[in-house]
Ligand binder design. Sequence first.
Ligand code: AMP
Ligand code: MG
Length: 416
Amino acid sequence: MQPLLNVDTALADILADMKTLPAEAVSLPEAHNRVIAEDIVSPIDLPPFDNSAMDGYAVLFEDSVGASPSNPVSLSVSMDIMAGSAPDGQLQTGQAARIMTGAPIPAGATAVIPVEDSDDDWSKGEDSPLPAEVRLYRSLAPGENIRSAGENVAAGATVMAAGAIIGPAEIGMLAGIGCPRVDVIRRPKVAILSSGDELVDIYDELTPGKIRDTNGYTLASLIRGAGGIPIRLPIAKDTLDSIRALYRRALEINPDLLISTAGVSVGAADLVKTVMNELGDIDFWRINMRPGKPLAYGTISGLPFFGLPGNPVSTMVTFEVLVKPALAKIAGRPFKRETVKATTAGPLRSDGRRSYNRVTLSQENGPIMAQTTGIQSSGALMSMVKADGLAIIPEGMTEVPTGSELNVILLRRPDW
Ligand code: AMP
Ligand code: MG
């Protein structure tokens, strides 16, 4: 019997094989949540010109020195500058320019006084008549309320680095620097193959002896969550011809990764293994984990391939532990597993393999508590539906007493 392979060793071997996909250009709105493929350098200053941070009056700051409510400084209003306009002419000593937030600072001006600190009344908004004079009620520091050109981003500065995920702020920045198309890492296309004579699809009638294919759907959802594009193939029957035909179809869609479920366990019909060996270079691993011991891994026509165990929880847990980090690397996504430390609310059991027990998490003024979701059978999908996380029982441990501290992989954010 092949020795059991350590989970971390298996993952390290897998990651060493994975290659990040090349870039493709997409339009800016489509770049949401994609991975940027190259450093982005701003061709322009942001803001592109000195502009006002306030609605008020642009002045020469020296003119405001000593101004107070009891001793205001009076300036003649020589310009009216709206946002979007381009003022010409120079502001002279003794003059003020009415200016709106975001409007360009006129040449000569060195500060902006907010309208509230003047005698002007803008109760009519932008339709308020332009006064001949304005009184300043306080003095200003040089540059006050001026957003200077390039203070946010200087032309030539790197605004985001290759590998960053494009979120709303990044989209705004790319728009700000005038980037209608963005080079992002191509999303991995993942072919999903389910096999088994007992499987029917969700639209089919559940006749005696049959169950619905759940793995095809959980995998598609997991792949989408990891930034991939899932493509579910029809269910293969337990015949060599059917399995071969489905693998060929899978290759025709030109995927970046192939994932099959079922047919890799000792008791399973060996048909899947036969076809895998015909088409590719596959190792049949026995991994020291529970659930999910049997796993086929290698390449088919040069493409990375995972043959996951068929039991629904095993499929999901092996995906979480081994496939998700691999897919992240293919997709160029930074991968950091979210874990918390939690205290067991009751005793847990294992068989000495590294166990991933499905738990709910709660916290009330104390440590985070982990409670088993009940039946931990690898076929019991309900244990995953209920679970907030996977509590990891280290290898070699069979009894976990109440009150033990375990690392828990977060599957979702608990709502405490
Ligand atoms: P096998 O690896 O073929 O021995 O399958 C192991 C267990 O997983 C059996 O109980 C199968 O019925 C079940 N199973 C296999 N494939 C799927 C699937 N796509 N969806 C749900 N259960 C499955
Ligand atoms: Mg089967």
